[in-house]
Design a protein. Structure first.
Length: 224
């Protein structure tokens, strides 16, 4: 697969060679095509977050290959990895991690400024994204003045601010009530469809997982 994410034979362990050695991933492989939404399902502690961190270049594998749109990530320098994360990868977590002292608009603008956009361009894109997820009228509010669902939608916009190729989400609705979770999931799905990026979403919610394009499971360090 040339377009999208490809993980092949990913190995990851901690305390290698020691009595306390823990092997988390054992040859895990998966692909996510452009425009595809894939659910990653596994029990807590099975290595979902580790796999996402490796896919997003926040962590390195002990062995195996990570490719994004056909480009091998393994031999990149730290600086190049940082550039890929900033430009090509968007992250969404269970907790929104918005900057509390900045407004919703500013939270979406800041990543774009860090990536070289002008303030005018960044603000225009931020307003467009916030309007598309239904929180445009709340763009001037700080996170503390927003509901949980609004905060997570702002987090989605922040993740998409720089037009990434890959979206990685770790329990993005796990901290929300069922009704809000459904609304947020619909927004996430619509954004992925509109932008055509690859999306890998780790979730415990089997109902939401079943509505994605494909479900893969992490079992004993391998993807099935």
């Amino acid at each position: 697969m040339s377009d999208g994410l490809a993980l092949e034979g990913i190995e990851k362990g901690y305390n290698r060679g020691k009595p306390s050695e823990v092997i988390v991933l054992r040859g895990a492989s998966l692909t996510v095509a452009r425009g595809e939404v894939v659910a990653l399902v596994a029990p807590s502690g099975a290595g979902k977050s580790t796999l996402l961190h490796i896919a997003g270049l926040l962590d390195t594998a002990d062995a195996g290959s990570v490719r994004l749109d056909g480009r091998e990530m393994g031999g990149l320098s730290d600086r190049a990895r940082t550039e890929v994360r900033r430009e090509d990868v968007g992250f969404i977590y269970q907790f929104h991690h918005l900057l509390p002292e900045f407004s919703a608009l500013e939270n979406v603008v800041i990543p774009q400024l860090a990536n070289g956009a002008t303030k005018t361009v960044a603000e225009a894109r931020a307003r467009d994204l916030l309007n598309r997820v239904g929180v445009g009228a709340r763009s001037g509010h700080r996170p503390a003045a927003l509901s949980g669902g609004e905060q997570q939608r702002v987090a989605f916009c922040r993740a998409l601010a720089n037009g990434p190729k890959l979206l990685l989400a770790d329990e993005p609705t796990g901290n929300l009530d069922p009704g809000t979770s459904e609304t947020v999931f619909q927004v996430l799905l619509a954004l992925v469809r509109e932008t055509g990026l690859s999306a890998l979403i780790a979730t415990h919610n089997l109902d939401l997982a079943a509505r994605m394009d494909r479900v893969v499971r992490l079992d004993q360090g391998r993807v099935t």
